[in-house]
Write a protein that binds this ligand. Structure first.
Ligand code: 13P
Length: 248
């Protein structure tokens, strides 16, 4: 019922030239993918990568979007600018943006609503820190993020949530398949409760945090996990392709 979605988050890696080389290598490797495949690239790489993706079903994603249509927001990028280049997905509220760039549940909410209104599919990231997990606060943190970050969202099938426990990002430390499945089941349950009539049963929820070629199969076999948001391993075509083929 929910089509699996494997998305690469390149973060601040790959110049346009390097990005083109990466997708050229990736295209034939994932040509027969059964899941949805997305690459979320640095904004400045978008035009070149868009061209390089021609003729493939890999979809293009960005890593942020501003909530205003246009105006005096130095350094920001609007939904309209992304749409002009065929961008379909946009990551919102990644923990690195929350940690280093002052992103809050409130700005996440504004960006999410703006992206949805423009017809982009947001990939909204939520998740707890190590300290929060160790103090038994995981559900409380997810609750707050779901309550404050998604106010006003009507149809949750139009967005993707990425559950990314911060302690598993870039650390090589993956949540166990059980931990990831439990947290994602909790997220779906809470969305159903907080937002009745939200189509939450059709909302896709990814796991992110050191997902790689070795552990993707086990994670993706969990009933609640609908995909992955992949950092490090998305920078290597062979590794990313192996994750895309989790079902083989
Ligand atoms: P890693 O896969 O490098 O742990 O990064 C995960 C992530 O932050 C994806 O958004």
């Amino acid at each position: 019922m929910r089509k699996p979605i494997i998305a690469g988050n390149w973060k601040m890696n790959n110049t346009a030239e390097e990005g083109v080389a990466l997708v050229k290598a990736l295209k034939p490797l994932v040509a027969d993918a059964k899941c949805e495949v997305v690459v979320c690239v640095p904004a400045i790489d978008i035009p070149a990568v868009k061209k390089a993706l021609h003729g493939s079903r890999i979809k293009l994603g960005a890593q942020n979007v501003h909530f205003a249509e246009k105006g005096a927001y130095t350094g920001e990028i609007s939904a309209k600018m992304l749409l002009e280049y065929g961008v379909k997905y946009v990551i919102i509220g990644h923990s690195e943006r929350r940690q280093y760039f002052g992103e809050t549940d409130e700005t996440v909410n504004k960006r999410t609503l703006a992206a949805l209104a423009a017809g982009l599919t947001p990939i909204v990231c939520i998740g707890e820190s190590l300290e929060e997990r160790e103090n038994g606060l995981t559900e409380k943190v997810l609750d707050r993020q779901l309550k404050e970050g998604f106010q006003g969202v009507g149809d949750f099938s139009k967005l993707v949530i990425a559950y990314e426990p911060i302690w598993a990002i870039g650390t090589g430390k993956t949540a166990t398949a059980q931990q990831a499945n439990d947290a994602i089941a909790y997220i779906r349950k809470r969305v159903k409760k907080l937002y009745p009539h939200s189509n939450a049963g059709r909302m896709r929820i990814q796991y992110g945090g050191s997902m790689n070629a070795g552990n993707a199969k086990e994670l993706m076999a969990q009933p609640e996990i609908d995909g992955g948001l992949i950092g490090g391993a998305s920078l290597k075509p062979q590794d990313f392709a192996a994750i895309v083929h989790f079902d083989k």
